[in-house]
Each structure stands twice: as C-alpha cells, then as structure tokens.
Design a protein around this ligand. Structure first.
Ligand SMILES: Cc1cc2nc3c(=O)[nH]c(=O)nc-3n(C[C@H](O)[C@H](O)[C@H](O)COP(=O)(O)O)c2cc1C
Length: 363
C-alpha cells in the first residue's frame, strides 16, 4: 500500500497557466517564469520510485504536451514534478494546426467508440486536443533540450517524446529509421528517457496509428533499440482493447525492454456548443479527448495490461495517463503496479497539483 493523500487548497498562490485562447506559437513564446520566492516548500515522497527504470524521488510525471519547450519544462520542474516530458518533436519542422487547439468538452464518461462529444463554453475538466504534433527544427529543439537538461536538478528526469514523419511512400524500414534518428538526437542532447509516440488520435495521418499495428511497431522498436543501445525507452499507446493485442504488446515490450505509457486520449468528433445545429469542430474529423472524461477508459486498459503482465510473468513498466486528477487515482494505479503516473490536464489547470499531491503523502 502507498501512503494516504490529502490536498490542501489553502496553500495556493496564483500561478500562470497555458492560455487556451492563444495559439501554440504564442504559448511557446510566453512560457511562465518562476522566482524562487513564489514556490511553496516541497514535501518529500516516501518510498522507492523509478521511471523507465531510473531512480527518481517521486512517481508523478508531466506527460508529453503541456511542456512546449525548456522554459515550460523548468517551470513545472519547480512545481513538484521530478519527471518532465518534452512535447513531441520530429526530424523536421511542422506547424501547429490552427486555433482552436483546445476545446472544452462536457465531461461525460467517454469510452472508446463513442462517436461524438459536446463542446462547452468554459473549461470544466475535459477538452479536445488539436495541435497536430507541431515541431521546431531539430537544431532548435536539440539545443533547447540540452539547455533544459543543464538547468534541471540531477535527480530530475528529462524525457523527450518523439514521433516519425512519414508520407505515403515511406517504407517500414524508413519509419523505424526516422524514430531512431529522433531518439538518438534526443539522447545526444541530454534526454534521460525517450518516449516513442505510437498513437496520437488528434492527427489523421498514419504516424498516429502504430499502437494498433504490432508488426510495424515491432520493426520500429527493434530499429530504435539497435540505435540507442540500453538507454531507457517508452512507447506511448492509444486505445488497445483487444486481449490478444494486449498480450502481444506485453510480450513485445518485454522483448525490446521498453515501458508502456497509456493512453494518448480517446478519439471522438466534437459537436459545437450550439448542439441543436449538429455542426462539428475540426471539419467533423475526430480529435483526442483528454481529461476526466477518459479516466474510466484508462483504468480499464491499464487493468487489462497489468493482468497480461501478470499472466506472462513479465516485468514491463506500465505508466498510465489520462484523467488522473485526484490523489486517490494516483494511489489506485500505484497500488496496482504502475511504475509511475503521468498527468497533463490536471496540472495545466492547477499548477499546484503536484505540490498538493506530495503534501499529503505520508507513510
Ligand atoms: C495541451 C496538450 C498537448 C498534448 N500534446 C501531446 C503531444 O505532443 N504528444 C503526446 O504524446 N501527447 C500529447 N497530449 C496527450 C497527453 O500526453 C495525455 O496523453 C492526455 O492529455 C491524457 O492525459 P490527461 O487526461 O492527464 O490530460 C497532449 C495533451 C494536451 C492536453
């Protein structure tokens, strides 16, 4: 059993957050800065923790997404996170999708296969995510990753999320080489961990679908593993609900010594606020829904993977992400064998989130 958690909202001082009324480029250029005086004291987290096999003082990780660059990363590194993931980068520059990039949605429980959700005017605890995995040129993100690593404390872990950029003619071999190139660059720049993004339901191109193509994923993992040696690797999956596929994923992860992060949103179309008109955001194309609405789907998938891991007596790291916002949910996953948990939406809405969770962790 892990410790009991409590949160104490009275410790809050206002802190800046990602501005959803501004676009990706604006937020990239306006990362918050934090002076030493504005940070509350950090409570230690009792217990022994690892992340992708590396020792770390706490099991709370910022997921790929909210941390657009080193300034964002260092901001959250001061706010109670010892594991920080750099938003997905590529081997080439890629512009963000146009606004809106984040559309608040009604927080009904969202299970895979539900075709549409309703937008709402103000943010509750769930939203549709639409960035299209933008990336700066490698020269830019590589030097920024290096800068970031040089400013992090030695106990903090810098994970870099990468994705390939295939086109219609890209071969399976070239796809693997693309991921491998990005991973090598990330490690050369100082990343401690690389997270291979194998699923992103907010893009409709094939680079988002690897988590449901086991053969292709296997080829990519073998190529990346050969290129990076024993460095810590994670693969981020989308919805995988077929038991046979889940068993195969555990076997593949064990074979290639990778940890599995799950899940990268649940895809759905997003009806505009004026639901009576039955019109849709994003040209009616599905986007990834993040936040509280996907919490049950994440629990279900994590449970199925944990069972498969037990059946196979495997030692694969499982890292849940999606809809975790309460201390009880952190405990739920850790008690069931999660190596650590990742969060995006909760700390974007409340930058004090990790400090509040840590504050309540008692032996
Ligand atoms: C603003 C934002 C940007 C995101 N960008 C990425 C990304 O670049 N790569 C990725 O793998 N996931 C991305 N995600 C998905 C998150 O990593 C996470 O899987 C998802 O938000 C579910 O977790 P949550 O409910 O705690 O937000 C993004 C999510 C948000 C909210």
């Amino acid at each position: 059993m892990h410790g009991h958690y409590e949160t104490d909202p009275s410790v809050r001082t206002p802190l800046p957050v990602y501005d959803i009324h501004q676009d990706y480029d604006w937020n990239y250029a306006h990362a918050p800065k934090l002076s030493m005086e504005s940070i509350d004291s950090m409570d230690p987290v009792p217990g022994q923790w690892t992340y992708a096999g590396l020792s770390v003082p706490s099991p709370l990780a910022m997921a790929a997404g909210p941390l657009l660059n080193s300034q964002w990363l260092l901001y959250y590194a001061r706010l109670g996170f010892d594991v920080l993931t750099y938003k997905t980068v590529r081997r080439c520059e890629r512009a963000s999708y146009p606004m809106p990039n984040l559309v608040p949605v009604v927080s009904d429980v969202l299970t895979p296969g539900v075709p549409a959700v309703n937008a709402q005017a103000t943010m509750g605890d769930a939203w549709a995510v639409s960035f299209g995995m933008p990336s700066k040129m490698p020269a830019v993100w590589r030097s920024d990753v290096a800068l970031c690593r040089s400013h992090l404390a030695s106990h903090q872990i810098l994970s870099v999320s990468v994705v390939a950029t295939p086109d219609a003619t890209t071969s399976a071999v070239a796809l693997g080489e693309d991921y491998a190139q990005c991973a090598v660059w990330a490690f050369e720049s100082g990343a401690d961990v690389v997270e291979l993004n194998f699923s992103c339901p907010n893009v409709s191109t094939s680079d988002g679908q690897l988590s449901n193509q086991l053969d292709a994923a296997k080829g990519v993992l073998e190529t990346v593993r050969a290129a990076v040696g024993d460095r810590p690797l994670l693969a981020k999956l989308g919805v995988v609900d077929d038991m046979e596929q889940i068993d195969l994923w555990i076997a593949l992860a064990q074979l290639t010594r990778i940890g599995l992060v799950m899940i990268n949103c649940v895809g759905a179309r997003v009806r505009t606020v004026d639901a009576s008109s039955n019109t849709f955001h994003f040209g009616g194309v599905s986007r990834g829904i993040a936040g509280k609405a996907i919490a049950p789907a994440v629990k279900q998938q994590f449970h199925a993977f944990a069972e498969a891991r037990k059946r196979q007596q495997a030692s694969v790291s499982l890292l849940p992400v999606g809809g975790i916002d309460q201390a009880e949910e952190v405990t739920w996953f850790l008690d069931r064998g999660a190596e650590a948990i990742q969060v995006a939406t909760a700390p974007m809405l409340n930058p004090h989130w990790a400090m509040e969770i840590r504050q309540g962790m008692h032996p």
